[in-house]
Design a protein around this ligand. Structure first.
Ligand SMILES: Cc1ncc(C[n+]2csc(CCOP(=O)(O)OP(=O)(O)O)c2C)c(N)n1
Ligand SMILES: [Mg+2]
Length: 801
């Protein structure tokens, strides 16, 4: 334990003042960055943007972490929850030289200082928050709530890493942050790094007090003890005393972390590890003017954004601002040339240990490709289309189990799931690994393991945050979730997709593994649940994302799911959404055909088409249940009206539907119109809301040919077929839709439609009486037309055994 001494405390204070000064300068000045001249209105930015209130706290933490790293050599990744305090962090990164490494114009002279000041919140300059262009950072902190789960995600499987995580006290009121404190119960001190939360208790959020700010020290201590933390309090408004306490408490925290890790790594796993955390109780906006126009500012929410609001128009404000800025004594911290004085940065660690240089902050640098066995070895045998059934997720889990085994040494793959791994029929994973769990266990527990790699907590936010932190530090993962509840993290996905887009535009950021979702237990098969569990809207959200980032896959069977999952897990820098059912369902393609189908993303299924002499109607589908229904409708049409020339098309990669100019996966118009000839009706059975398909078709010619059936917010706890009937997507509805749109058989179609409507009525009557679907529905199988062998993708007959 290093004791504080006055000389080094002075160095810390100098660093802190310099960062506070430069933070304030970024809010206000475009000229005169060192106040060499008296401040004039002409030196000010025309628009005063940004946030002051959090900066002094962020800068205090930064200066003290620098001291800690200097003394210990510990690599520290910093996560800044209040990302709106960006000017402070940019100042810290500037002072340590890492900002200048990626923006060489930010030199250590007056010009460099002026640029730093000007660029902040300036068009084409730095944005108001941290962003992918900030070195050393993996967290933006624009939308509050995710800092702590990101921190845990980064710490998993990085045993040497210390992740310091600043949490705003307003941020701490969010649901995602509240759940994330429980990360202690999943973090194995033997094999993972440490998270040191620093709760920034400045007492206020944007315009009101914070709940935790008004809790007593004792109440906070009790609260955090229950979460698994030992609280270290650093409190006050006298910088000299606060620096000293911060030093000693940070040292104590670091020692406690080492004690836990040493014990666990020596084979003595603590039963309920109590990890240290710091509560930093200092005034909001600390060191800014105490009052402006007679109103209290320092220590209140009025310090949140711009403490002195009208320096350009009000001479009194200009004076207050100048006095405030000069209170940091910039002349002591910088040379007149603008160079930073040696004493100001004496607390910096050696260059390779600086926070902005931490390679975990640019995780692609550390990424190792995922090892994965050839998924072809996990193929479901498919002797002919629809001849066998399988549960797609159960098959996938066998391959994933072996992905875990293949990466056992690298320790760079985790599976995240809100308590549904068994419900999703993926128990095979537990043959390779357990559920992470550090807390006490009882005999009846199943698969709990301190070193488990299946991360189950009933908090979609925490799963998502952990995974993001894990990916951004260069590791791989998959998030499996009930389809209906993944929209809980819609907003997190929005933010992550923005991060990815900007990261891709940042030349020095290396690609990171893609964010992969597997949505199973989907809308069409909620036999145990019902209406609340029927929500396919996540597709809509992903479909709105930048085409450089988003991908959506709807594999129709297990072999296609294997192929898609392999592709997604090996990709980088995307958001990949896979929707696939866990239910027993018909298998259509053998592995060779599946590979080819998935590589194309969309294909005509010859074995279910009789379009050699032309096409009257295209029966298309995307999604496993819609595909089965479509194939069944094709069979019905064949029985009812053999002369009807039907083409069957299946879509795996949803964005093939888009025009090539809107999405790189879009089919070119020629190929698209070959599959879907213009003026030929397309009956499209879609997994989600029909509007999605209509929107994707925006730039296609003749979009009126598409008649989309999908989920229309009808549902119950009912039979699988009733779900389809309620939403107009049953085989009967699809066949009716086809007969209605094909004009060539007008004379016959009326009576055929009547027959189909009668079948719907029979179905209704049967389920009302028997609580299950008609036997012919339950046992339905695709029948290859008599005398017609199914054709493979190259139009060769497939031998039917
Ligand atoms: C989820 C979310 N809700 C609301 C906001 C708007 N907002 C920005 S800063 C802020 C107050 C933050 O308070 P706190 O976390 O205490 O930060 P600090 O006091 O350190 O500025 C709010 C409400 C946001 N950014 N994110
Ligand atoms: Mg606050």
């Amino acid at each position: 334990m290093t004791e504080p001494n006055d000389a080094r405390l002075k160095q810390i204070d100098a660093h802190w003042r310099a960062a506070n000064y430069l933070g304030a300068v970024q809010l206000y000045l475009r000229e005169n960055p060192l106040l060499a001249e008296p401040l004039r209105a002409g030196h000010l930015k025309p628009r005063l943007l940004g946030h002051w209130g959090t900066q002094p706290g962020l800068n205090l933490v930064y200066a003290h972490l620098n001291r800690l790293i200097q003394d210990t050599g510990d690599p520290v990744l910093l996560i800044v929850g209040p990302g709106h305090g960006a000017p402070g962090i940019l100042a810290d990164l500037y002072l340590e030289g890492t900002l200048g490494e990626v923006y060489p114009e930010l030199t250590f002279d007056l010009e460099g200082l002026k640029r730093l000041a000007r660029w902040f919140s300036w068009p084409k300059g730095f944005p108001s928050h941290l962003f992918p262009g900030t070195p050393g950072m993996i967290h933006e902190g624009g939308e509050l709530g995710y800092s702590l789960s990101h921190a845990f995600g980064a710490a998993f499987d990085n045993p040497d890493l210390l992740v310091a995580c600043i949490v705003g006290d307003g941020e701490a009121e969010t649901g995602p942050l509240a759940a994330a404190w429980h990360g202690t119960k999943f973090l194995n001190p033997a094999t993972s790094g440490a998270v040191l939360p620093i709760l920034h208790l400045n007492g206020y959020k944007l315009s009101g007090p914070t709940l935790m700010g008004r809790m007593s020290d004792r109440e906070l201590e009790d609260l955090f003890a229950g979460y698994g933390w030992r609280m270290h309090l650093v409190s006050g408004d006298d910088p000299v005393r606060v620096h000293r306490t911060m030093w000693t408490e940070l040292e104590a925290a670091r020692d406690e972390i080492r004690d836990i890790q040493t014990a666990a790594r020596g084979g003595r796993m603590p039963e309920r590890p109590r990890w240290p955390m710091i509560v930093l109780r200092t005034p909001k906006g600390w060191t800014c003017p105490k009052t402006v126009d007679g109103h209290a500012v320092e220590g209140t929410f009025h310090a949140h954004q711009i403490p002195v609001t009208d320096p350009a128009g009000n001479p009194e404000h200009l004076k207050v601002l100048e006095t405030w800025l000069r209170s940091y004594r910039p002349e002591e911290l910088f040379e007149a040339s603008g160079a930073v004085k040696a004493e100001t940065v004496a607390v910096l660690p050696p260059p390779e240990k600086r926070i902005g240089r931490n390679p975990h902050g640019n995780g692609g640098l550390l990424m190792k490709p995922l090892a994965a066995p050839d998924y072809g070895g996990y193929a479901v045998e498919v002797p002919g289309p629809g001849r066998v059934e399988a549960e797609a997720t159960r098959e996938l889990a066998k391959w994933l189990r072996d992905v875990f085994r293949a990466n056992d040494r690298a320790r760079n793959f985790r599976f995240f799931c809100p308590d549904e791994t068994t419900s999703n029929r993926m128990e095979a994973l537990f043959e390779a690994t357990g559920r992470a769990w550090i807390w006490p266990r009882v005999e009846t527990d199943e698969y709990l393991d301190p070193d488990g790699r299946v991360m189950e907590i009933l908090s979609e936010h925490t799963c998502q945050g952990w995974l993001e932190g894990y990916l951004l530090t260069g590791r791989h993962g998959l998030f499996a979730c009930y389809e209906a509840f993944i929209p809980i993290i819609d907003s997190m996905l929005n933010q992550y997709a923005k991060w990815l887009k900007e990261a891709r535009e940042t030349s020095w950021r290396k690609p990171v593994p893609s964010l992969n979702y597997l949505l199973t237990s989907h809308v069409w098969r909620q036999d145990h649940n019902g209406y609340s569990h029927q929500v396919p809207s996540f597709i809509d959200n992903v479909a709105n994302k930048k085409s450089s980032v988003a991908r959506v896959y709807l594999p129709p069977d297990a072999n296609c799911l294997l192929s898609v999952a392999d592709h997604c897990l090996k990709s980088v820098d995307y958001v990949n959404l896979i929707v696939a059912s866990k239910q027993r369902s018909p298998q259509w393609l053998d592995m060779e055909a599946a590979k080819e189908h998935c590589a194309r993303g969309i294909s005509r299924w010859d074995w279910a088409s009789n379009d050699a002499a032309g096409v009257d109607v295209v029966m298309a589908s995307a999604g496993d249940v819609p595909t089965k229904e479509t194939v069944a409708a094709v069979q019905l049409l064949r029985e009812l009206l053999p002369e009807l020339r039907v083409r069957t098309v299946n879509v795996v990669d949803l964005f093939t539907m888009m025009s090539r100019r809107d999405h790189p996966h879009g089919l070119d118009d020629g190929a698209f119109n070959e599959l879907f000839p213009e003026r030929v009706p397309v009956i499209f059975a879609f997994h989600g809301y029909p509007r999605v398909i209509h929107e994707l078709l925006h730039h296609r010619s003749d979009p009126q040919r598409f008649h989309v059936h999908g989920y229309r917010e009808e549902g119950r706890t009912t039979t699988p077929m009733e779900m389809l009937v309620l939403n107009g997507m049953s085989r009967w509805d699809l066949a009716i839709s086809a007969l209605t749109r094909v004009t060539r058989f007008r004379s016959k179609s009326g009576s055929l439609i009547d027959r189909l409507e009668n079948r719907i009525r029979d179905h209704e009557a049967y389920i009302a009486e028997h609580d299950e679907d008609l036997p012919g529905i339950r046992d339905w199988r695709w029948e290859q037309p008599a005398g017609e062998a199914p054709l493979d993708a190259d139009h060769r007959p497939v031998e039917v055994r």
